[in-house]
Write a protein that binds this ligand. Structure first.
Ligand code: HEC
Length: 394
């Protein structure tokens, strides 16, 4: 009996990561909505900024927000932080299990940078921690005082990282890392700024002093950043399932990530404007802009990919390419000892099977270079062009 422990660890941690992430994003969306839905009335209690009524689960909720804090601390106070912490911890554990244990398959692409696993792991940690430090420095610098300047600088930071990541890692690792470094910035916002600031406010209050309103304002700025970054992170995290996203390759991978970050932010902006009571023109442009961006992305990706071979490709040639580059792993009994069955249940050792999977094969190894995994067999552009030509004729 052999037990694939790493696979099991990957599955269980992924389950936790999804659940924690859903809980975190759920509370984040809820509180941003709550904040924007607050309305003020004349006869409100002293210190109350606004209130909001909602109905859910058979009852009515009446929430009031205090600008700084109530005059007296309530006996029971609920905090929201473990969702963020567990999302990051499980996400990091998943990064270790999938990309560090499987560095040669998933992290390294020798055609990009022929790194040793230890070097690749060092680079991965450097990116995740380094980009967070730069983000923190940007927020605390004079740039941090202007919302548009800060937004632009953070976008530049993400895109520069994306560019560098696609230069050294496999596409799938580069996209995942772009998501991981944004996710790290978001969790660190909770851990380093939002919760500590709130703790300071509570401590001041218990000591009978008036807390500095700047503490709350800073926490709110970070929580808004998190809100705008949520949708891009989600797409980047599932990008490995859609290798067509990787067709920008080493030159244009950053541009595809730019589409994702900007389109995700614009869609969030629609909801934020709507929750804040915006109507009419204020809401008119976000969806058209997001749809135009998505169409731009789709047409851009369609224009990429290797030139298909001009010659007609015989079945024998196609089978030769598949056996050389795919069947080592994708066979009922793979020759590659890392796999006990065909990965993903996809068998590619005969042409009928390849025909059945023709769309997937096209997406994984012609329009993108996601397969062969880590380009272990060093498949060339010309071979991809030949395979694409053959698949088109089927
Ligand atoms: C070194 C082993 C290896 C080689 C060689 C390899 N693959 Fe894969 N392939 C994998 C693994 C592992 C997965 C599962 C990937 C994952 O977990 O995301 C996979 C998944 C796939 C999938 C399913 C993706 C999905 O939709 O889930 C397709 C299709 C595929 N490979 C096609 C190919 C083609 C075509 C080739 C040859 C050009 C190839 N593979 C070469 C290891 C390999």
């Amino acid at each position: 009996m052999t037990i694939p422990w790493v696979e099991w660890a990957s599955l269980m941690i992924r389950w936790l990561h999804l659940a924690a992430g859903i809980a975190w994003i759920g509370t984040s969306f809820y509180f941003i909505w709550l904040d924007l839905s607050l309305r003020s009335r004349r006869s409100m209690v002293k210190g109350v900024l606004g209130e909001s009524w909602s109905v859910h689960g058979g009852g009515f909720y009446h929430v009031q927000k205090y600008a700084v804090a109530p005059e007296e601390m309530p006996a029971e106070l609920h905090w929201f932080k473990y969702e963020a912490y567990f999302t990051w911890l499980s996400g990091f554990a998943l990064l270790v299990v999938v990309y560090y244990f499987g560095a040669t398959s998933y992290l390294i692409d020798p055609a990009r940078a022929d790194l040793a696993p230890s070097e690749a792991i060092g680079a991965s940690l450097g990116f995740v921690i380094g980009s967070w430090l730069i983000y923190e420095a940007l927020c605390r610098s004079p740039i941090g005082r202007s919302t548009p300047m800060l937004a632009l600088s953070v976008l530049m930071l993400i895109l520069t990282s994306a560019f560098l990541l696609t230069q050294i890692f496999s596409d799938r690792a580069a996209f995942l890392h772009a998501g991981a470094l944004i996710g790290t910035i978001m969790s660190a916002n909770v851990f380093v700024v939002i919760i500590p600031n709130q703790k300071k406010v509570v401590a001041e209050l218990i000591a009978g002093r008036t807390p500095d309103p700047a503490l709350g304002a800073q926490a709110k700025q970070r929580s808004l950043h998190n809100n705008y970054l949520t949708l891009p992170v989600l797409l980047l995290m599932v990008s490995a399932h859609y290798p067509m996203l990787f067709s920008g390759g080493v030159d244009w991978g950053w541009l595809i990530i730019a589409f994702i970050v900007v389109a995700g932010g614009v869609i969030r902006h629609f909801f934020n404007t709507h929750h804040a009571g915006g109507r009419g023109v204020a809401l008119a442009w976000q969806w058209p802009a997001a749809i135009l961006l998505a169409l731009g992305l789709i047409f851009f990706i369609a224009s990429r990919g290797p030139a298909l071979s001009e010659n007609k490709i015989s079945d024998t040639r196609a089978l030769k390419i598949m056996t050389t580059h795919c069947a080592g792993c994708h066979a009922a009994q793979p020759a590659n000892t890392a796999f006990s069955t065909a990965p993903g249940g996809v068998v590619l050792d005969n042409l009928d099977a390849v025909r059945r999977h023709s769309k997937q094969v096209m997406a994984q190894s012609v329009t993108s270079q996601a397969m062969p995994l880590g380009n272990l067999t060093q498949m060339t552009e010309a071979e991809r062009g030949e395979l694409g030509q053959w698949l088109k004729g089927q």
